[in-house]
Design a protein around this ligand. Structure first.
Ligand code: GLU
Length: 295
């Protein structure tokens, strides 16, 4: 059997918040219980969105919560060649194409209508590269470990961008290339990415990569019913131990692991040891979104 390899893959557009803690913790516990590796990948492919120092803050936050990763940190900014090779291979087989259209031009459509599939419409203009979602693996099905059988037709989701007009790599391509190169066997992440998985499965199939297993997690919402996110300025995770302990406990509760009350003041090492042993993804209620419990 292949070795279990999981990962946490934050975008350093700001510090981690409670929602990111829940995702990091679930993937950590899942890997550690399986005696597997847990890798850290910093998804910094979009430098304008990543303020200086944010990645360092993330590393310090993870350490404060006792979430120690295996091996060196994997940085996406250094992976240009690997992404280029993947895109070239798709393009050579007609599975990716250049597109000069602007979002304004297809404003009235739910997804990009594929106008450049048979040749760029406006030559001489900057181009993005898009996936031919109609030619690849269809439909895409998988057994999500929490949400059960999933079935999507990627062509209905549209020809997603793989390389942007400004030359920056897009998440869908980078994540697939890196998951494969890092030998990731298990993806544990938020429900907001569940409907990105069909494109990623299509890309894995086209590039001949193995299919990881997927466990998507309920998203944590704030009091106003908004997803906790860096954009919504969710409070950053603390790094002082006294504040870290109850928050780790709250994250275990948000994952429906029912941690004993007495554990809420215990050192992080003790909480994590209990949680690795007790970890049961089957206990997580399969809801797409859930309010953050106050405890
Ligand atoms: N970088 C993505 C994010 O921070 C997560 C990618 C993934 O887990 O596939 O939302």
């Amino acid at each position: 059997m292949n070795r279990y390899r999981g990962r946490f893959a934050p975008t350093p557009s700001g510090p981690l918040h409670f929602g990111s803690l829940v995702a990091a913790l679930a993937s950590y516990l899942d890997a550690r219980q399986a005696d597997g590796d847990w890798l850290l990948r910093i998804e910094d492919i979009d430098p304008p969105r990543c303020p200086p120092g944010a990645a360092d803050t993330i590393l310090r936050q993870l350490e404060a919560f006792g979430l120690h990763w295996d091996g060196p940190v994997h940085w996406q900014h250094a992976r240009d060649d690997a992404y280029r090779t993947a895109l070239d291979s798709l393009a050579a087989r007609g599975l990716a194409y250049p597109c000069s259209c602007s979002r304004k031009q297809w404003r009235g459509y739910p997804t990009y209508p594929g106008w450049c599939r048979d040749g760029v419409r406006a030559s001489g203009k900057p181009v993005a590269w898009r996936l031919r979602s109609d030619l690849g693996l269809r439909p895409v099905t998988w057994q999500d470990r929490l949400f059960g059988t999933q079935r999507f037709d990627p062509a209905e989701l549209g020809d997603v961008v793989l390389e942007r007009k400004d030359g920056l790599w897009a998440y869908q391509l980078a994540v697939v290339v890196d998951d494969a190169d890092q030998g990731i066997s298990e993806v544990v992440r938020g429900h907001d990415l569940l409907d990105n998985t069909p494109w990623q499965r299509q890309l894995q199939h086209a590039l001949g990569h193995p299919e990881p297993r997927y466990l998507h997690l309920p998203l944590i919402m704030d009091g106003g019913g908004q997803k906790l996110s860096k954009q919504n300025l969710a409070p950053p995770l603390p790094t002082e131990d006294a504040a870290v302990r109850p928050l780790l406990h709250a994250a275990l509760a948000a994952l429906d692991q029912a941690p004993p009350e007495a554990l809420s003041t215990a050192p992080v090492g003790e909480q994590l040891a209990w949680a690795i042993d007790a970890w049961s993804p089957a206990r997580i209620r399969p809801v797409a979104e859930r309010p953050r419990a106050t405890d």
